[in-house]
Design a protein around this ligand. Structure first.
Ligand code: PGA
Ligand code: ZN
Length: 430
């Protein structure tokens, strides 16, 4: 074992998948091991997320990160040099202490996230192990069920449709690799159908087709036809997952579907979504109601939590305390895990631990603004989370994650166990 004390930390500005500035951190250990992490960025962010520190002003639309980079090269470096990178909890505790705010607004969650991930990679490198194995030990062999976007909408596609993500999962696939094979065929079939109907206008932020449908439901119908056209069975082989991202169009119990010029209250949203669950092979719905609508979440979960997975993203913001509170209220049954919603890997892992204690499932997730960083794939496998959502089946920053998972599955060989449909939180009371 080489010396795992942190010798040096370096931050620099690089560019994300939307062409916006983002922050990359390198960590060097005394024994020579190095690690790197890159911060992702959301567009439909929850108000309870840790702060993504931007410069403001006019350059690059206010998205520059020179202050966050300076924090890495100043306060964060001073705080971490000499700490043992192999003790992630202690490193993350020091990061939290150095920031000193509840929402990471002093040093920036982007700065902390990149550094926290870089430290984990450096420690894994020093141990001579891939990160998933370093995190999970020799038993870490569960390949997650991928949730893959076919159409993008909401804030990721000019609000062309209200619903943000129309995704597929392949519960009956035999392996992660086969789930990708099936999804590739569905993605292609959807593109062909849309080209024929004149309903596609390129790709959205996460690589899904940018749709020009007349209604939200037309997207669901087209998705079912794409699964069939790919030669697969809707429901049994390929099922639908939705991210409504309702905080983008709802507040105070009032929801406005722009595409259909419809105004709905919480109950109206629940009725509409319950109708979709009856009519289409939907197995998972994320943020069906807005982040401020806990009562709506509880009502929705009481009605549908025994049939489908109900995921809190903006609603739970990867926060252990919010997961516990939601479980106590019977609101949602699954948490989305995005490390930059909190700022450190340890806090994200705490949310996963809280989920397990509460009987919730979890999904490790990318952001709409991404990079070539593949850390989240290792978190999903290393922590045994069981589900992974990184956007669509196009664009390099998305494919980098899917391809990394393929490599891990291949290295695991006969030990790999595909989580499949069993990973979905279904069939139990919400
Ligand atoms: P975001 O979208 O990264 O823009 O927040 C992803 C999601 O809502 O799941
Ligand atoms: Zn979401």
């Amino acid at each position: 074992m080489t010396d795992t004390r942190i010798a040096f930390v370096h931050g620099r500005r690089v560019w994300d998948s939307r062409g916006r500035p983002t922050l990359e951190a390198d960590v060097l250990l005394e024994g020579g091991a190095v690690g790197r992490g890159m911060a992702p960025a959301g567009a439909s962010t929850g108000s309870g997320e840790a702060l993504d520190l931007r410069d403001g002003g006019t350059a690059f639309g206010g998205y520059d990160v020179t202050r966050a980079v300076a924090n890495v090269n100043g306060a964060i470096t001073r705080a971490l040099v000499g700490l043992d990178a192999a003790d992630q909890a202690a490193v993350d505790a020091r990061l939290i202490e150095a920031d000193g705010t509840a929402n990471k607004s002093r040093l920036g969650a982007n700065a902390l996230t990149a550094v926290s991930m870089a430290v984990a990679h450096a420690a894994a490198g020093a141990a001579g192990e891939p990160l998933y194995r370093h995190l999970g030990g020799p038993d870490a062999a569960t390949m997650p069920l991928p949730q893959i976007q076919i159409f993008g909408g909401g804030a990721h596609a000019g609000r062309r449709v209200d619903i943000q993500d129309f995704l597929v999962v392949c519960p009956a696939a035999a392996s992660f690799a086969q789930a990708l094979d099936w999804t590739a065929e569905v993605y292609r079939a959807a593109g062909t159908l849309m080209a024929e109907a004149g309903t596609s206008a390129g790709v959205a932020d996460e690589g899904g087709w940018w749709p020009s449908f007349a209604t939200n439901e037309q997207a669901l119908e087209t998705l079912v036809r794409a699964i069939e056209r790919a030669g697969l069975k809707p429901g049994a082989q390929v099922a639908i997952a939705l991210d409504i991202a309702a905080s983008e169009f709802g507040r105070g119990g009032h929801y406005t579907l722009g595409l259909e010029s419809r105004a709905l209250d919480s109950d109206g949203m629940i009725r509409m979504l319950a109708g979709w669950v009856d009519a289409y092979p939907i197995v998972s719905i994320e943020d069906p109601l807005a982040e401020d609508d806990a009562a709506g979440f509880a009502a929705f979960t009481a009605e549908l939590g025994h049939r489908i997975q109900i995921v809190g993203d903006d609603f739970l913001v990867s926060d252990a305390a919010r997961v516990r509170a939601a479980a106590a209220q019977g609101a949602a049954n699954t948490v989305l895990l995005k490390p930059n919603q909190r700022g450190t890997l340890s806090e994200t892992r705490a949310a996963w631990n809280a989920a397990k204690d509460a009987g919730f499932a979890a999904i490790v997730s990318a952001r709409s603004g991404e990079t070539e960083d593949t850390t989240i794939v290792h978190l999903a496998v290393g922590w045994g989370v069981g589900q992974l959502k990184v956007g669509s089946f196009a664009r390099g920053e998305r494919m980098a994650k899917w391809n990394e998972a393929l490599r891990i599955e291949e290295v695991l060989g006969a030990r790999a166990r595909f989580a499949g449909g069993a990973a979905l939180r279904r069939g139990t009371a919400g």
